[in-house]
Design a protein around this ligand. Structure first.
Ligand code: FAD
Length: 472
């Protein structure tokens, strides 16, 4: 028996492996070291735990059988999409079974009459984008990892992305879910319905539940018509305050851009070093990347003109405009590569995902710089200026290992306390998962945590599904 904080679990025995082979077929069960290694981590640097077995499922019935076996044997199950998470949610910290939905990767239907798409959870999000866009339709949520992450993972994390400013996050598009509960029972919530107030909203409870309540097996997503026109602006500033004032002023003028991203100079420098090329305005302290979209060329162009002149009024150095796709992709290249570039700069690093009201980004960045100098660390921030979600990257660089291990929890806590003091919270889109669970009580009071724990227990009395996630 393995002792854990929350429950005692049994090891996966050869008899259990045999049963698993019967459920999914022998070739879908991995136990060799090489086979299970890719399933021992997500994209959190430095967090790794081997599963005892990996099971690749094909259907809800297989998942149901798997749960029944796991309940009987008291073995933990960790669901996994594509493993691109940034909070350790898919890492099997108690060993046991990793349940991979990677083979459930079919787009089942694009319903043009109801503007809905029905998909399996293992579909890569970017494939949904491409499939519906080919029909003139649009699924707006766009995590920067969209060509690698799965829609099931997006549901579990309530993934956001740059377009959240105008179009909101994943949860706003989920109309129906099929899921398997830890008991093995299968539930069907919602459907192709734009309105639905029948009982508690279990769909919205499952969205963002980080794989701790059920395994999602089918998803119905709402679509909208694909906007016909897009214009992107790249705008350099000499200080972040001017960039932030510009963002507030754009919104005050009742223009809601599709995206308003920001990059500090250090993040751009890191991408330049990685790609061995230079980007425009690389000596500006901060850059905004603003996208506008709509259906009428004149309307979008007129908004772009207003936004451009507001930028210049707030001392922007210049405004670079991209109307065609190749130029737009070039403007976005640096922004999309920042996480990879920072990983290359310092393979050991620590990433936070705090969110504040958008007007509070300047004091947040100022406070973070103070923390960086207090601990002699390089901290590089970038993210979503339009919705207040800032990705804060603490780089280890040459800090000795023992010092790094010691200071990171303190630095993280300081960043969280600063964020909370500005009316924000500790994660905007990456989730609590394993890495932030000890800090949950900083952000939520005891009554809320107790209520959430009782919801977890109602779904999963034996805590066999993704244990030691979210809760401290
Ligand atoms: C370079 C990079 C950029 C990123 N950019 C963004 C961004 O802009 N916005 C954003 O929100 N996130 C971003 N992320 C984080 C990540 O891509 C998202 O959290 C994504 O939703 C994870 O999906 P996944 O399929 O990789 O999930 P995984 O990592 O496999 O799993 C994540 C969680 O979902 C659970 N899960 C997976 N599938 C299911 C299922 N079918 N049923 C129940 N639970 C399930 C797992 O148990 C785990 O808790 C980024 C990550 C990287 C590495």
């Amino acid at each position: 028996m393995t002792a854990t904080m929350e429950r005692m679990y049994n090891p996966v025995t050869p008899e259990i492996i045999e049963q698993l082979r019967k459920i999914v077929g022998p070739e879908q069960v991995l136990i060799d070291e090489e086979g299970i290694e890719p399933y021992s981590h997500d994209k959190v640097v430095g967090l790794k735990a081997d599963p005892e077995v990996v099971v690749k499922v094909n259907s809800k019935e297989q998942i149901s059988d798997l749960f029944r076996l796991a309940q009987q044997e008291l073995v933990p199950i960790t669901p996994r999409g594509a493993g691109y998470g940034l909070s350790g949610g898919a890492v099997p910290v108690h060993g046991g079974i990793v349940l991979s939905v990677e083979k459930m990767n079919h787009i089942l239907e694009i319903d043009k009459k109801n503007l809905m798409v029905t998909v399996e959870p293992g579909v890569i999000t970017g494939d949904i984008h491409r499939a519906v866009e080919a029909e003139g339709l649009f699924y707006p949520p766009d995590p920067a990892s969209l060509d690698s992450c799965s829609i099931g993972g997006n549901i579990a994390e309530d993934a956001g992305g740059p377009r959240a400013v105008k179009y909101g996050v994943t949860r706003g598009y989920v109309c129906g879910l099929e899921a398997v509960l830890p008991s093995g029972r299968i539930i069907n919530c919602g459907g192709k319905l734009v309105k639905n107030v029948t009982g508690y909203n279990l769909i919205q409870l499952l969205v963002g539940s980080e794989g701790t309540l059920a395994v999602v097996t089918k998803i119905i997503l709402r679509l909208i018509p694909l906007p016909k026109v897009q214009i992107d602006l790249l705008v350099p500033f000499d200080d972040f305050q001017s960039a932030a004032d510009t963002v507030s002023d754009i919104i005050a003028h009742h223009i809601v851009p599709t995206t308003i991203e920001f990059m500090e100079q250090d993040s751009l420098t890191a991408v330049e070093r990685m790609l061995k090329k230079q980007f425009p305005f690389n000596n500006a302290a901060a850059q905004l990347l603003i996208q506008l979209d709509g259906n009428r060329q004149e309307a979008v162009e007129s908004d772009a003109e207003v936004v451009g002149s507001l930028c210049l009024q707030h001392n922007a150095r210049d405004v670079l405009v991209a109307k065609d796709r190749p130029t737009r992709l070039r403007l976005w290249e640096a922004r999309r590569m920042i996480i990879e570039a920072l990983n290359l700069e310092s393979p050991m690093n620590h990433m936070e995902d705090v969110v504040v009201p958008r007007s509070q980004i300047p004091p947040l960045l100022k406070g973070i710089k103070k923390i960086a100098s207090e601990y002699s660390l390089r901290i590089i921030s970038f993210g979503h200026a339009g919705d207040g979600n800032v990705h804060v990257n603490v780089l280890k660089d040459q800090t000795p290992d023992n010092q790094w291990e010691e200071i990171i929890p303190t630095v993280a806590e300081k960043i969280y306390r600063l964020t909370l003091s500005l009316g924000g919270t500790i994660t905007g889109e990456h989730g609590i998962g394993y890495t932030r669970r000890r800090y949950l009580p900083l952000a939520l009071d005891a009554s809320q945590i107790e209520l959430m724990r009782s919801i977890k227990t109602a779904f999963d009395p034996n805590h066999i599904l993704n244990p030691s996630k979210i809760f401290p």
